[in-house]
Write a protein that binds this ligand. Sequence first.
Ligand code: ATP
Length: 194
Amino acid sequence: MRIGILGGTFDPPHQGHLSLAKAAIDQLQLDEVIFLPANRNPLKARSVQTASKHRLAMVDRMIKDEPQMSYSDMEITRGGSSYTVDTLGELQMVRPAEYWFLMGADSLRGISEWKNPIRLMKLCRLGVAVRPPLIVADVLVKLPEEYKGKVDIVNMPALDVSSTDLRGRIHRGQNVSPWIKPEVLQYIQTNKLY
Ligand code: ATP
C-alpha cells in the first residue's frame, strides 16, 4: 500500500489541502490520503485554535465525496503537541505501508526545526508541492544534502490561499466560495466559527 498523510491544523480545511491531496494521489500513485489534524502544532504561534471536534468535522465534510481520502483523529486522541515523527512511527507499527508525508514548500523549508527529521525520513518519504510564494525547487536547493533524496515533487497549480487568510475573510463577511466547500461553509456558519 502507498499511503499519503496530510498533516495540518485545518482551521479551516480549504482547496489548497484538497488540491495537494488530489495531485499526490495521481502523481505518487497513492492508494489513499489520510488527513491528519494536529492536536497542537508546536511550531505555530497562534495560541487559540478552533476546537478539534470542529476541525475534524470540517475535514469530514470536505472529503466526503472523495473515495480515496479519509481522516484520522490519532494526533488529537494522543493529545499534547503533535510530532509527525511520533505519528509516522505509530502508523508504521499499526499499519505498515509505504508512506509519504505531504506538505507545501513552506513546511519543507522549516523541516530542520521539526522533531527528529532524520528519523522521520526513515519512516516515510516527503511529497512536496508549490506554496506561494515558495516553489519547491528553490527550497530544495537550500535543504541539507541528506534530506534531498527523500523528497518527491508534487506538481499542482499554485494556489495562494491559507487558513489564516480565510479566517479573516470569513470574519469580515467576504466571499470564500472559491476555496471552501459549501458543506464546510455551512458547518462554519451553523457553529459560528471565526
Ligand atoms: P495557517 O494559515 O493557519 O497556517 P495553512 O493554510 O498553512 O494554515 P495547514 O492546515 O497548516 O494550513 O496546512 C497543512 C499542510 O498543507 C501544510 O504542509 C501546508 O504547507 C499545506 N498547504 C496548505 N495550503 C496550501 C496551499 N495553498 N498550497 C499548497 N500547500 C498547502
